[in-house]
Design a protein around this ligand. Structure first.
Ligand code: NAD
Length: 424
């Protein structure tokens, strides 16, 4: 099919190009025709706004804000808002598509979207950020909505920004509408279990994978790159269930202990040290890059994109990779990882625990009810486990990696839904 031009695989890849090359491969395997390919590829809506803000100095500065709705075929679109100096329309477009596939693969009734403002939140005061968030919300009044498009936090934003967004939207509509955004503080209708949701999904995928590979969790070893929201919770949950986490790392370095890192102690260290592992003595310091090539059963990259790349792909010894981060494996490394027989649970599946609990937040807001922690854990574990099985079965059926299988599951779901309903 000539309309699907193979995406070039470069030495230094952009994770978003990597995503598109996998999307194209899955579309080819599914035999998606040209019309459907374009429906799935071209975003439904792209909005760019200028947001004039009075800075603390009294001067007015105009920021550029974006919201891209990639798809609303499965339901209202869902996706985070990023505050970063490098935010641009192209990046937002690609991240919005990523959300479409992530929601579809775990079978939640959402399309994909993403937003962002080109700004440097580290150099702005709380007052400036509040005015910016409220200005962005007003500019996006006809885009956002609990039945239309539901934002969430991403890089540079958190519960505080989501609270401002909810308040401004509610003020404009004349009533409190907390289901317009997720990732809110608990008191404003945030959900229990959101903090650890992504790490928990990683743990569920790791256990599902160990079952397939017949690895005994009590004898399994694991290395976790990144000890932030995703990595620290994944490490703790695996450790609690008997997996021997022998290495962890963050920006300060990598720490190795063949008898197992005491994860509780590492978390206490984080609390006492401004969220850094710097000075942690529960493991020997090793070169950060070597964490990825340790002879462990499970490798969890949970820091950043493009860490399993051409230079180290041949040296990976793990039997299984569970991608907590978005885009940690460059497309160029896929083939080698597969040839080595490593089971790689791809990002769009492995880190979808977060968006699943965001979905529960929205459901609870709409019900006007609060679920218990146990109910949230049970339901999110089931979503992740079912999705894992679906993707695993698809990988056997098509004789492809779990990564391509995840895209096949997602693309097939969106394409079939479109065929039934048509587009509005
Ligand atoms: P975070 O900022 O809480 O933590 C990132 C961690 O990685 C920190 O410990 C940091 O020190 C460490 N780190 C950064 N660069 C590193 C490097 N070069 N080597 C080793 N460690 C390094 O971020 P997070 O929310 O945990 O997100 C991590 C990844 O997971 C990102 O790719 C993010 O897009 C993805 N993700 C997060 C969520 C979520 O719910 N938080 C959901 C889906 C995907």
């Amino acid at each position: 099919m000539s309309y699907i031009e193979p995406a070039p695989i470069k030495d230094k890849e952009n994770p978003l190009d990597s995503m598109m090359s996998r999307f194209d491969e899955a579309a080819r395997l599914l035999g998606i025709d040209e019309e459907m390919y374009n429906i799935l590829k071209i975003p439904a809506r792209q909005v760019i706004v200028g947001i004039p803000i009075t800075m603390d100095s009294g001067r007015i500065k105009v920021f550029e804000g974006y919201r891209v709705i990639h798809s609303n075929i499965l339901g209202p679109s869902k996706g985070g808002i990023r505050y970063d100096p490098d935010v641009n329309l192209n990046e937002v477009k690609a991240l919005a598509a990523w959300m479409t596939w992530k929601c579809a693969v775990v079978d939640i009734p959402y399309g994909g979207a993403k937003g962002g403002i080109a700004c440097n939140p580290r150099e702005m005061s709380a007052g400036e950020l509040e005015r910016l968030t409220r200005g962005y919300t007003l500019a996006m009044l006809d885009v956002f909505g609990p039945d239309r498009d539901i934002p969430a936090p991403d890089m540079g934003t958190g519960p505080r920004e989501m609270a401002w967004l909810m308040d401004e939207y509610s003020r404009a509509k004349g009533m409190t509408i907390n289901a317009v955004v997720t990732g809110k503080p608990l008191v404003l209708g945030g959900s229990l279990g959101r903090m650890e949701a992504t790490g928990r999904g990683v743990m569920v995928c790791a256990f599902a994978g160990m079952e397939k590979l017949r690895i005994n969790p009590y004898k399994a070893t694991c290395a976790v790159q990144g000890f932030g929201n995703v990595g620290s919770h994944a490490a703790m949950l695996l450790h609690e269930r008997g997996v021997n986490v022998v290495a962890v790392s963050d920006m300060s370095g990598a720490y190795y202990n063949e008898n197992g890192i005491d994860i509780e102690a590492a978390l206490r260290h984080l609390d006492a040290n401004n969220r850094s592992l710097e000075g942690f003595t529960g493991g020997e310091k090793i070169p950060p890059a070597s964490l990825l090539t340790l002879p462990v059963d499970i490798l969890v990259p949970a820091a950043k994109e493009d860490v399993i790349v051409e230079e180290n792909m041949h040296k990976i010894q793990a039997r299984m990779i569970v991608e907590g981060a978005n885009g940690p494996t460059a497309a160029v490394a896929d083939k080698v990882i597969n040839e080595k027989g490593i089971l790689a649970v791809p990002d769009i599946l492995a880190n979808a625990g977060g968006v699943s609990v965001s979905y529960f937040e929205w459901v609870q807001n709409r019900l006007g009810y609060k679920w218990t922690y146990e109910r949230i854990q049970r339901r999110s574990d089931r979503i992740m486990r079912d999705a894992f099985e679906r993707v695993y079965e698809t990988s056997l059926q098509y004789k492809v990696s779990m990564r391509i299988a995840a895209y096949i599951v997602a693309i097939d779901k969106v394409a079939r839904t479109y065929t039934f309903r048509g587009g509005y």
